[in-house]
Write a protein that binds this ligand. Sequence first.
Ligand code: UTP
Length: 299
Amino acid sequence: MKQRIRKAVFPVAGLGTRFLPATKTVPKEMLPIIDRPLIQYAVDEAIEAGCDTLIFITNRYKHAVADYFDKAYELEQKLEKAGKTDQLEKIRNVLPPGVRAIFVTQAEALGLGHAVLCAKSIVGNEPFAVLLPDDLIWNRGDGALKQMADAAEATGASMIAVQDVPREQTGSYGIVATDEFSGRSGRINAIVEKPAPADAPSNLAVVGRYILNPGIFDLLESTTPGSGGEIQLTDAIAALLADNPVHAYRFKGTRFDCGTHIGLIEATIRYALDHEKLSDAARDMMQNALSELGVIDLN
Ligand code: UTP
C-alpha cells in the first residue's frame, strides 16, 4: 500500500502513574518542555509528516488535552485588545488551519493496543501513524515521523521507529529482530515485548512512532489480553509480520523518554541549550550549578 499517511493517532489515555502526584490533575502529555506541552511537539511532528487528521485517544479525566486544542475565545480577545500579537499567534498556531482534531474516549485503560483499536472507525482502510507523545524526538532536520513517512511511502511497508539501547535495558522496551539493514531500515522478522537481556534477539528497541497498515485493527480485535490484562500493540504487530512487510526504521534524532523523571529533565536541558533566547542563560546556569555542587571547577 504505497500511500502517504494523513491520519495520526495519539494514545493519551494512560494513567501516567510515574508522574504522580502531578498527573493527578495534569495529564502527562500536558507537562511542558520550556513553554509547550509534550503533546504539541508530537502534533507538530505529525503535521510536518503530512497528517491533517489528528485522533486523540483520551479518557474522561483528560479534558485538559481537548481544551488545549480548542479555541480560547476569551483569551484571544484579551490578547488582541492588549496588542499582544506574538502571544496571540502562539495560541492560534496550536493547530494550523486545515488540520482537524478528533477525540475518542477509551472507556477503560486496557492497554496501548486497545487504545489504538479505538481509532479504527476513524482511520478506515488506509495506513496511519501512531505517536506516543512521551517519546520526544529532537532533530535539527526532518522530524522522525516525516523520515518514516517518506520511507513508508516509497516502500509501502509499515514502519516502526527503533533505536539502539544498551543490552541491559532490553527489559524496558519492545525489541525487534530484523533482516540486514539497508540504509536506515531493515525488515522485522520478530518482535518481543520487554525481553530479559539474555533472551533479547537484538538491542534494537521500539520507540513510540509507528506507521501501520490498517490490517492491524483486525489483528488487535483478535489479540487476547497479555500481561496486566492489557491488549498489547506488540502482540498485534507480531501477528502483522506474518503477512505484511514491517520495517524497523533507525531514525535520525535524539529521543527523550519523557515518561520518566530523568528523561523529562534531560529533554528540558537539551531544548533550553538549543533555544534561541535561552541557550546562553541556560548554559551559565548549568555551569554555576555544577560548580556550586563541586562537580566542575570553573577557575
Ligand atoms: P505507558 O506505558 O507510558 O503508561 O503508556 P502510562 O499510563 O502513560 O504511564 P505510567 O507508566 O503509568 O507512568 C504508553 C502510551 O500508551 C498510552 C499512554 O497514554 C502512553 O501514551 N495508553 C496506555 C493508552 O492510551 N491507553 C492505555 O490503556 C494504556
